[in-house]
Write a protein that binds this ligand. Sequence first.
Ligand SMILES: C[S@@+](CC[C@H](N)C(=O)[O-])C[C@H]1O[C@@H](n2cnc3c(N)ncnc32)[C@H](O)[C@@H]1O
Length: 265
Amino acid sequence: MTTDKDNPAPAWSNEDLRGNPHQAQDKAGRVRRMFDSIAGRYDLNNRLHSFGRDQSWRRSAVAMAEVGPMDRVLDVACGTGDLTLALARKKPASILGVDFSSEMLAVAHRKGASVKLADLTPTPEFKQGDAMNLELDDASCTVVTIAFGIRNVLDPARAIAEFHRVLAPGGRLVILEFSQPSNRLVRFGSDLYNKRIMPLTATLLSGDRSGAYRYLPRSMETFASAEELACVMTDCGFQDTRHQPLTFGVCTLTCGIKPAGHGPS
Ligand SMILES: C[S@@+](CC[C@H](N)C(=O)[O-])C[C@H]1O[C@@H](n2cnc3c(N)ncnc32)[C@H](O)[C@@H]1O
């Protein structure tokens, strides 16, 4: 796999971001390179730039997933493992985090190893893999989660179909993603922050040269709404989709169920 060290060009130039980054043919390679390059400061940037809210958004995702001791949980695009570890604290039967960025996974491994084993049984596993082509059997999971990941996947519909395939009938998919607040004043403040302030401060803090924090607001404004995402989930066979806006709609949780009696697809 190509790493940032092999390719010194920014993953996203200003020119690239004038268009829609989701339509870039080589989006997957650019996204992987970008996350490989920012992995070291990713958590710190998240905490600071969400004003400490990011972990509470992940806890809301865990609550929506209703994880119990019998669950086999898959956290896709797990990155540095924050959601995976929060899910693991619910002590499911098994918990696996998958991501395609080796540098993000390296941080996840370190964090997993530093948590007291007694606190996390079973120990979360982390593996490199692609959300659109999971190396897992049909119906092998009961919960699939993805936090701030679906926007970054090359073909979100293909990934959601893949989540449906690996879920057992009755299984839940929980998607946490940024969204556009419906209140115009909140939206104005959030746009100002995301487009003008955060790209400067986050780039400075991480010493980033990949363009990650200019890609972030552009990828948010050009991505599907929570309602459109729910329609894709319905098209892929999920039922009972519901939303939960968080922090004035800055993020939204979307949950859907793979209907019981539905065989592998
Ligand atoms: C914004 S980070 C989110 C990480 C983590 N879920 C969190 O809550 O902080 C997005 C992650 O999606 C991963 N990603 C993007 N496309 C992917 C794909 N096709 N397969 C696996 N991981 C992918 C990136 O490597 C990155 O770690």
